[in-house]
Design a binder for this molecule. Structure first.
Ligand code: 5GP
Ligand code: ZN
Length: 113
């Protein structure tokens, strides 16, 4: 989609530090990490937010969770623990309107919210 930062990252028009990719998802380091490990799991398909998810996205969502779990292992946070977050809308501070899962770990994260 035109003017979508994550579509441009997926197309390689904007550089990123890629940790993993396959036919459905791309995993990149967050440019402004809020934890020692902070990466983003992004579907190749442009889906705006969680509110736009439909039943047919089931396999894609499964792949996002499997990719997150596998990269968490690769990044050494699978045993210590990690948090997976989807921001939706202004109150959550969503800034990029292309569905993405944050994965954070490598420190005590404290209560969410
Ligand atoms: P949101 O706030 O929409 O849930 O998350 C968007 C995330 O994208 C933020 O954590 C922000 O740091 C990250 N981000 C913004 N621009 C870039 C960029 O150009 N490259 C990368 N790798 N991450 C970005
Ligand atoms: Zn997009």
């Amino acid at each position: 989609m035109a003017d979508c930062l994550f579509c441009k990252i997926i197309e390689g028009e904007v550089p990123s530090d890629k940790l993993y990719d396959d036919d459905l998802v791309v995993v990149i380091l967050d440019i402004n990490p809020r934890a020692p490990r902070h990466f983003l799991v992004i579907p190749r398909e442009h889906i705006g937010t969680v509110k736009d998810v439909r039943g047919e996205h089931g396999p894609l969502l499964t792949r996002m969770f499997v990719a997150a779990s596998n990269v968490a292992k690769d990044e050494g946070i699978a045993e210590s623990g990690f948090r997976m977050t989807f921001n939706v809308g202004d109150d959550a501070g969503m800034t990029v309107n292309h569905l993405h899962m944050h994965v954070l770990g490598g420190r005590q994260l404290g209560p969410e919210g």
